[in-house]
Design a protein. Sequence first.
Length: 534
Amino acid sequence: MKKGFGVVRVLVLLLSLTLIFAACSSNSDSKQDAAVTNSANSADTGKAEDKVLRVRTYDDPAGYDPASVFRTENENIAFNIYSGLVSYDSKTGQIIPDLADKWESSDNKTWTFHLRKGVKWQKGYGELTAADVIYSYQRIIDPKTASPYANDFANVASVEAPDNYTVVYKLKTVDGNFPHIVANYHQGQIVKKEAVEKYGDQYKWNPVGTGPFELESLKTNQEIVLARNADYFKGPAPISKIIFSIIKDDDTAGIALQNGEVDLAMRIDRTETIERLQQAGFLMNTRQDRAVNVMVFNTTVKPLNDVKVRQAYAYAIDWPTIIKTTYPLLEAPTINLLPKWMDVYTSDVPRYDYNPEKSKQLLTEAGYPNGFTIHQLTTSSSGITEDLQLEQEYLKKVGIDLQFELVDSPTYNKRRNQGDYEISSRLLPAINPDTILFNYLHPSYTVPKGLNGARYDNPVLTTKLEAARSETNPEKRKQLYAEVQKIAMTDLPYMPYYSAHTIWPSYDYVINVNINPISQVNYYEVDMKPNKGK
């Protein structure tokens, strides 16, 4: 451990106590920055010692309402505030019990979930019952909520509660993947009606769940603080408080880690910073090939409505060279929408290896021999990164003039959810293949109702996709999914350009940082060993 770090840790703990006191005494009337404090859960319960974990996060919060929560940095916090009927094993990604300790289905069409008894809501809202599950479902599908995740429940015919601790979902068609839909992610997270009604449109800043941590305070451009939920049904977490410091620049975040200002850095994407921290002996908590990043082509605008133009765009760029030049530790080339570790992944799809002559030929055939100008939406916080600059240079060589439209993160999220762009990009984190294939390819998920920002609609693919979800024979199911991937990569509404790794550097006394396949960390598992380097 670095010399002098013990002093820094003491200062960090003192600062944490000061922040807690300030949050409790603040009379700020700002809705978004209002401290949300539960003194009963902030107090030492005697069951677990007080350990304060400081974590770097990389952008301003956008709220924690499961109906609208978006982007990994917000989803990570929501994942630890809420629970779903089921959840994901942090290492394997397998479905595990959460609010439901058991469930069954004899036909993959009627699913029965049995709730744990005695689960308490945060902030004194009483015991969780089946009524809360049904309310959460009805809220997501209510058009007034305008949730982009409503269509995830499109296959649900009815939801019933035979008693306070049993929930029965009846589906329209067979779906062996249905537990993924009610897992602790987006629409699967359970909310409390009374809390939603109390806070109204400010609920996203005042979330109430049943998870291991609750939101204590939030200060825009500064920090988000989570406090241990002493009444969590699995028992209090080892960590008593998590302070997420908002540090947008990766290099600044690396320096903060080296200076002992944070214990763990949520996602550092700068190669030079990662290399420096590796050399300094920091622990590299890593998830390889966690998800595929894609360019989203709005197929309703010219010239992107022409498949030849989309294919020309793909042939024009040498992504393996860009990755090798810019982020070799954080990215790997890929050829498909699905990550390689999914059991239905296939490599038997059209490839778009770098071929500028082929690109020019397709542009000419499409009627654009001199190219065209197109705009890509991105965030002002990340700016025009080196890989985007290289993308721009490659496209220029075939006559495509790529311009960037930079907006703040809230505007970026809103416009992506509305499909208000010519080209944008998305990371596709998922454990269930249907999360990607239905959300991004099925016409019923077209924005703003879902995440099909390309506005893609191919009836042949749709029929095969629906058949794949209903198929009970594993081999037939896998073949149907393979055909879906092949059609999607031929039509190319989305252009996959890299498979993302993620690295969360930390001190070695921070243990059990397991990043799951949807880039979330279950902080209930995380602990802090005594700092031997004091």
